[in-house]
Design a protein around this ligand. Structure first.
Ligand code: NAG
Ligand code: NAG
Length: 180
C-alpha cells in the first residue's frame, strides 16, 4: 500500500486528518522484484501475476477458467454459440448478456441524468471482468461475441453433422487465429 496523502485544506477533496487516496501495488509474481521499492531495473524486474491465460487464445472473450467459460456459452441450443442478451438487441444484432451481480454498479443513469424514467441496466459479462470498464472496450467485446456466433452458424451450415462442442471449439479456434 502506497497511499497518497491529501494536504489539509485541499479544495477538491474534503480531507479529514490523515486522509489519503489509497493506492495498492499488485503482488509480485514469485521470484521477481522482492523489494517494495524496486520499480524495475536490469535484474530481477518486478512482474505481476497474470490472472488471464498467457496464450493469445481470446481468453478475454471466452473466459480463462472453466466455470466462467461454461457460463458464457449458450448450452440450451446445440449450435456452439456464446450466450447473448435475451432482453435487448441492437437493431436485431446481438448484445452481450447481463451480469448477475447483486450490486448493480453499472446502473447509474438515474444518478447521472436525474431522469426518473431512465431504465437501469446491469453490467455486461464477458471473459474479462474489465468488459464494463469503458464503452469502447465493451463494444469490442460485443464484436467478438457476434463474430463467434456468426462463425458457429456458418460452420453449422457447412457441417450439419457437427455437435455443439465441435462447433464451439472450431469457431473458437478461428477466433484465436484472428487474434494471433
Ligand atoms: C441460445 O440459442 C438459441 C438458438 O439460437 C436462442 O434462441 C437463445 O436465445 C439463445 N440463448 C441465449 C441466452 O443466448
Ligand atoms: C437532480 O435533482 C435534484 C432535485 O431536483 C437537484 O437538486 C439536483 O441538482 C439534480 N442533479 C442533476 C445532476 O441534475
Amino acid at each position: 500500500c502506497i497511499p497518497i496523502p491529501i494536504p489539509s485544506g485541499d479544495p477538491r477533496i474534503p480531507s479529514r486528518p490523515d486522509s489519503c487516496i489509497p493506492a495498492f501495488r499488485s503482488a509480485p509474481a514469485c521470484g521477481t522484484g522482492y523489494s517494495a521499492f524496486n520499480f524495475g531495473g536490469e535484474s530481477n524486474k518486478r512482474e505481476q501475476i497474470n490472472s488471464l491465460t498467457a496464450f493469445l487464445d481470446l481468453g478475454q472473450v471466452y473466459g480463462s477458467d472453466e466455470k466462467l467459460a461454461l457460463n458464457l456459452r449458450n448450452l440450451t441450443s446445440d449450435a456452439g454459440l456464446l450466450r447473448v442478451n435475451t432482453q435487448f438487441r441492437d437493431n436485431g444484432r446481438e448484445l452481450l448478456p447481463f451480469h448477475s451481480l447483486q450490486v448493480q454498479m453499472c446502473a447509474t443513469r438515474r444518478r447521472v441524468t436525474n431522469n426518473t424514467n431512465a431504465r437501469e441496466v446491469p453490467c455486461f459479462i464477458a471473459g474479462d471482468g474489465r468488459v464494463d470498464e469503458n464503452i469502447a472496450l465493451t463494444s469490442i467485446h460485443t464484436l467478438f461475441v457476434r463474430e463467434h456466433n456468426r462463425l458457429a452458424r456458418q460452420l453449422k451450415r457447412l457441417n450439419p453433422h457437427w455437435d455443439s462442442e465441435t462447433l464451439y471449439q472450431e469457431a473458437r479456434k478461428i477466433m484465436g487465429a484472428y487474434t494471433q
